[in-house]
Design a protein around this ligand. Structure first.
Ligand code: SF4
Ligand code: SF4
Length: 410
């Protein structure tokens, strides 16, 4: 397939021409800016679809809101720092631009150690490794690369957030995912993709599944070069023997701190510190309401818009033997809150359809999924109304007394 994004960037970008803009102000954009300087390439600005990122400078340069680029830079050349190369290519093409470059060649001789960054050097290194894999897969149609996969190990949660974006508020009979099926699903997935960099253990509250650490241990054993992230709400502190094998194995905890609701967060961090396991503890903030299930009957154009704006459309989610592109469709389909449509997922246990072909189809969906019609949207820019039909910014983690109702499709 002809590629609109160019691989060879150093010589053409060194030459005088239209201003050069880096898309977007993501973490690895800092390294791309350094590599440009090393190679005599002059950058004029960054651009980003998230308005909040345009409020301050990035690497001493302006960050322009992407929709404003044509006003400010009617002619421009672009270096794509985003991993979502096809999205950027489509967006800029629609805006009338036609000169896009990957930074792959810039990274060939780049030494991460030579600079300081906003993030740690080791994290920058892993971001660049993952960038190289996603961009290489773009140029090689035979490769299937997944930056990360979210493994839903349970639909149980120790909290009852009314607007849970993973839709836990609708489960009348929340369940742990079947252990054997989860392990088999991961094995099938692994055998059909070239690489997965990150495995993310999620729920509900994943620590409610008594097999959560066994699942992590299998992932560690089968995939030596990967990262594992465990997403928890700080209500549960595991037993020491559940985590003792994680030390030095690149297993990390991501703790959302809900204040008083996270009743065991201090105990948990103490345990992680004692066992030298890395974690990040961040307060719950910036919640955009996106937990409503509602059929919209949108036009095709509106469906494309909601999908284009969506910030979680590459959050591959594994649930009950099926792989989805986002947690909303995964759970809405699991709840039977939308008609069952195989275009929404890959059935990893399918006896009739090749998993490889299903995966290629799922990974290449660029317009929208049928399931998007049931979603209010989850735009990159939470202040934007484009492609969004929800209640806007809400108080995080408001607790619900009851299970929420929804329309069941049989
Ligand atoms: S803590 Fe709240 S947001 Fe997180 S999974 Fe549970 S119900 Fe959902
Ligand atoms: S259903 Fe579509 S718009 Fe909604 S979160 Fe998923 S991919 Fe995004």
């Amino acid at each position: 397939m002809t590629k609109r994004v160019k691989l060879e960037c150093i010589e053409p970008l060194r030459k005088k021409g239209a201003p050069i803009i880096i898309v977007a102000a993501v973490r690895e954009a800092e390294a791309i800016a350094n590599a440009c300087k090393e190679n005599g390439i002059k950058i004029s600005a960054f651009c980003d679809t998230e308005k909040r990122k345009t409020l301050e400078k990035f690497c001493d340069l302006d960050v322009v809101h992407t929709p404003n680029i044509p006003n400010k830079y009617p002619d421009a050349r672009f270096i794509i720092a985003s991993h979502h190369i096809i999205d950027v290519e489509n967006q800029l093409t629609e805006m009338g631009y036609n000169e896009f470059y990957s930074a792959l060649k810039l990274f060939e001789n780049y030494n991460v150690e030579n600079y300081e960054y906003r993030i740690s050097k080791s994290y920058m290194k892993s971001r660049i490794d993952s960038y190289k894999k996603t961009h290489s897969a773009y140029f090689d149609d035979t490769k299937l690369y997944m930056r990360s996969v979210d493994i839903m190990v349970t639909t149980k949660c120790s909290m009852k957030c009314e607007s849970c974006s993973n839709l836990m508020q609708y489960y009348k009979n929340p369940q742990d995912s079947d252990y054997i099926k989860t392990i088999e699903s991961l094995e099938i997935l692994r055998s059909h993709v070239d690489d997965i960099s990150e495995y993310r253990i999620i729920g509900g509250e994943p620590l409610m599944n008594k097999n959560w650490s066994n699942i992590v241990n299998v992932i560690i054993e089968k995939n030596p070069k990967r990262k594992v992230y465990i997403y928890t709400n700080g209500t549960i502190s595991p037993k020491e023997d559940q985590i003792k094998n994680f030390n030095g194995k690149d297993v990390n905890f991501i703790i959302t701190d809900y204040g008083k609701l996270s009743r065991n967060v201090d105990k948990l961090t103490e345990l992680l510190n004692k066992n030298e396991i890395t974690y990040v503890r961040t307060p719950a903030e910036n919640w955009l309401e996106c937990g409503t299930i509602k059929q919209h009957n949108r036009t095709v154009e509106d469906q494309k818009e909601i999908f284009k704006q969506c910030c979680v459309k590459y959050v591959y989610t594994l649930l009950d033997g099926k792989l989805y592109r986002c947690p909303f469709i995964a759970n809405a389909n699991n709840l039977k809150a939308m008609p069952d449509n195989p275009s929404n997922y890959v059935d990893l246990f399918s006896k009739t359809d090749s998993v490889q072909n299903q995966l290629k189809r799922l990974m290449n969906v660029a317009k929208f999924f049928p399931g998007c019609d049931f979603c209010v949207g989850r735009p990159y820019d939470p202040t934007s109304k484009i492609g969004y039909d929800g209640k806007g910014m809400i108080t995080p983690a408001k607790q619900s007394k009851e299970i929420l109702k929804y329309k069941l499709y049989k």
